[in-house]
Design a protein around this ligand. Structure first.
Ligand code: PMV
Length: 303
């Protein structure tokens, strides 16, 4: 069984598309995939979702072909791939990247290949490109790697595993609506075209927040990290990525004792991540009282 993590972006989403580093962490919820030989054409079945053949039209089949053909040999056998997962799609938790990584791993296992993490990342990126148009690659990198990483876009990207001095207790709450990462990334590109100066200043602001957040993680300054997350949320709102539900989730998390809270991923819906002081329960309770779905996750301290 091949597994891949979901992820939260602690700081730096969207700016990462323009080359600013992002700080992201794998979460325990993820996706599992299994591939076994079959007759005829390869087929992908997503539990509770669609089944597609590799020769079908549409994005899902195109993404499947992108992974299957990445290392295709002339006599590559057809595979039946079965996927199960616990990540809501369109929620900013890296569902699509985790699918790409888990499927790439299952295909490699079935073909007796042993790709490096960087190669898995490349194969999963081929999957992501079908859906996202212009993905920075942060989702696939964290999904393949797990832990906490500083990711900078590039060819090749820079993926630096970070030292985490104190474990992070996170509460993740769903705003109730999904969003398309592609559409949100396009919206930011329009903002940049309309207001290049504001956009440039926002990027530099996020860059310095991320740099300081790295220091906080490494030194165990969690209140400092929380404040930086709050500031990042302000800048993301300025890019028109927040919604009233996201603002409600952030405000109620802070009122319930969170050290900081912000949207995670593309925004415009999806999830909020709150950094908790110890137990996530008070924040989860505050959110569920307001009718939001939520769960806790932890990022372990480095050994
Ligand atoms: O796919 P999501 O919603 O987890 O967001 C990905 C993060 C973005 O920075 C918004 C896009 C990207 O490609 O990095």
């Amino acid at each position: 069984m091949a597994k891949a993590h979901g992820k939260v972006i602690l700081l730096g989403e969207h700016a990462v598309v323009y080359g600013v580093p992002a700080l992201a962490a794998g979460i325990s919820r993820g996706v599992e995939a299994q591939a076994r030989p079959t007759e005829g054409v390869s087929v992908l079945t997503i539990d509770g979702g669609p089944t597609v053949r590799a020769d079908d039209p549409g994005d899902l089949a195109r993404a499947l072909r992108a992974v299957l053909d990445y290392t295709k040999k002339d006599n590559a056998i057809a595979l039946a791939i079965q996927v199960t997962g616990e990540l809501p799609p369109g929620a900013g938790l890296g569902c699509s990247a985790a699918l790409g990584v888990a499927i790439a791993r299952a295909v490699a296992e079935a073909r007796g290949e042993q790709p490096t993490i960087a190669e898995e990342h490349q194969r999963a990126l081929a999957w992501e490109e079908v859906f996202h148009g212009n993905p920075s690659g942060v989702d696939t990198a964290v999904s393949a790697q797990g832990g906490c990483v500083l990711f900078t876009r590039g060819a090749p990207p820079t993926i630096t595993p970070l030292y985490v001095r104190r474990p992070l207790s996170l509460a993740i709450g769903h705003s109730g609506t999904g969003s398309s990462t592609k559409v949100m990334v396009e919206g930011v590109a329009h903002f940049k075209a309309r207001s290049p100066e504001v956009f440039g200043k926002t990027l530099e602001g996020i860059r310095s927040l991320v740099q300081n957040a790295r220091l906080c993680l490494e030194s165990g300054d969690l209140p400092g990290l929380g404040k930086l997350m709050d500031l990042n949320q302000m800048l993301l709102s300025g890019l028109m990525l927040s919604t009233s539900e996201i603002e409600t989730l952030c405000a109620s998390a802070r009122a319930a004792g969170a050290l900081g809270a912000k949207l995670t991923g593309a925004g415009g819906g999806g999830c909020v991540v709150a950094l908790c002081e110890g137990d996530a329960a008070p924040i989860l309770e505050a959110w569920t009282r307001l009718g939001f779905e939520a769960f806790a996750s932890t990022v372990a301290a480095s050994p």
